[in-house]
Structures are given as C-alpha cells and as structure tokens.
Design a protein around this ligand. Structure first.
Ligand SMILES: N[C@@H](CCC(=O)N[C@@H](CS)C(=O)NCC(=O)O)C(=O)O
Length: 233
C-alpha cells in the first residue's frame, strides 16, 4: 500500500508544471486583472510564487513596484530569468504559448478572433474605466461621491455584459463558444465577481451566469478566487 501512495505522489509531482526556480506573480487579491492570470495559471496547473502589492495602501506607486512595471499596475509576472511581463492578456498569451495543454485559445482563426474580441470587451472596454486610479480621479476631479461612483461602475459593467450575453446566447456550448473554459472565461469570471460585488443584477445575463456557475464548480477557478489568496482581508 505505501508503495502505491508514493507512486501517486510522484505522478502528481511529475504532472505539475513546476520549475526549479519558480516564476513570481506580483498581484493583489481583489485585482481582477491579477485574478485573470491566476485562473490561467491554475488551468495550466503551473505553480508560481506570489508577491503581494497592496493596492489599498498604494504600494503600486512605490519605487520598488516602478522597478518591475513603469505603469503602476498589477499584475506582473516575473519569469525565472528576471524578465517582467505585464498586461494580463499578454501574460495569459505567454502562459498559453509556453504551457501548451490545455490550450486557452482554439487554433481555428475565426473562433480565436471572436474569443479575443469578447475578452477585449472586458479587458479593454469595461474593466479599465472602473480602475482604482480612474475612480479616484472621478472623486477628486469631478466631485463624485460613493453613489456616483457606484452608478458609474455598474453602468459600464452592464453595458459590456449586455453585448456579451447576446453573443454567448448564439452558441449552444457550456462555455463561451467552447466546450471547455479558456481565455475568455479567465476574463469573464473576475468581471462577474466585480459585478456581484457592486450589486449588478446578474439575472439579466442567464448565459453568462451559467458559464460562471460551471467555472466556479472547477477547482482551478476555486483556487484563483480572491478570498482564497493569502493577502485577502
Ligand atoms: N490592462 C491592465 C490593467 C491592469 C490593472 O488595471 N490593474 C489594476 C488592478 S485590477 C491596478 O493595478 N490598479 C492600480 C491603480 O489603479 O492604482 C491589465 O490587463 O493587466
């Protein structure tokens, strides 16, 4: 019996995408862009070390962080040789190109383009305008209070989700245009997490909600949840 147990441990260790010198993800538990990368790494079963940048206390503005990324944002993926990769979608693309299985993106060019377009609705059109620095600017320069900020955030999330729901409804697949979660789900699930946080009524978006439910049933998505990170408060 002990022999069987040992070989199981060995198999598990072998099947993990580990490296003697690990990559490091510089992120923050509640950052949706960091959350995207955590999901991508978990789907690929790639282990990384984590360094936490506390956005609430403004650590992203410190000189130490500027040395990693001239743009005061997380995430940053530090490779084994010290190379710093920035921008969550570019990091996910790197992870997908480096660790081939399971593929985050389909090979077929049209489907690939459509999945990238949908991912960009979230990553380019929705998330950036609710970024911490943008909200701070709205408060400081345009006199917005909590109510105005809340209305701003939910307005832009709903606008993006209305378009995504229409697209998602066209495909009779359990995930977004596919039978397995991938690149788009890495973007969607963090955005739905934010939507719930800000009280967006997700009943308006049944297909997106079904995809969210299917993803959150998977251990790779559970391990990436904000509340399961060591810096979560
Ligand atoms: N386009 C960037 C956006 C990164 C980003 O917005 N990061 C946020 C957290 S989700 C951040 O670091 N915000 C700090 C700030 O606004 O001061 C990406 O996808 O990586």
């Amino acid at each position: 019996m002990p022999v069987v147990n040992l070989s199981l441990v060995a198999l598990r260790t072998l099947s993990k995408n580990t490296n003697p010198k690990m990559m490091t993800l510089h992120g923050y538990w509640r950052s949706s862009a960091s959350y995207r990368v955590r999901i991508a790494l978990a789907l690929k079963n790639v282990e990384v070390a984590h360094k936490f940048v506390n956005l609430k206390t403004g650590q992203q503005l410190n000189a130490a962080h500027a040395g990693l990324n001239p743009q005061p944002y997380v995430p940053v993926l530090e490779l084994e040789d010290g190379t710093m990769l920035t921008q969550s979608l570019a990091i996910m693309d790197y992870v997908d190109a480096t660790y081939r299985e399971p593929a985050l993106m389909p090979r077929e060019a049209i489907l690939r383009s459509k999945i990238l377009a949908a991912s960009l609705i979230i990553a380019s059109d929705v998330a950036p305008i609710a970024n911490l620095s943008v909200l701070k600017y709205l408060r400081a320069e345009f006199g917005q209070e909590d109510e105005g900020i809340h209305a701003w955030i939910t307005h832009w999330i709903e606008k993006g989700f209305i378009a995504l729901e229409v697209i998602a409804q066209k495909y009779d697949t359990p995930f977004f245009m596919t039978d397995a979660p991938g690149f788009f789900e890495c973007c969607l699930i963090p955005q739905i997490y934010n939507a719930n946080r800000f009280g967006v009524d997700m009943r308006q978006f049944p297909k997106l909600s079904a995809i969210n439910k299917a993803c959150l049933a998977l251990s790779s998505f559970q391990s990436a949840l904000p509340e399961n990170q060591k810096d979560a408060v």
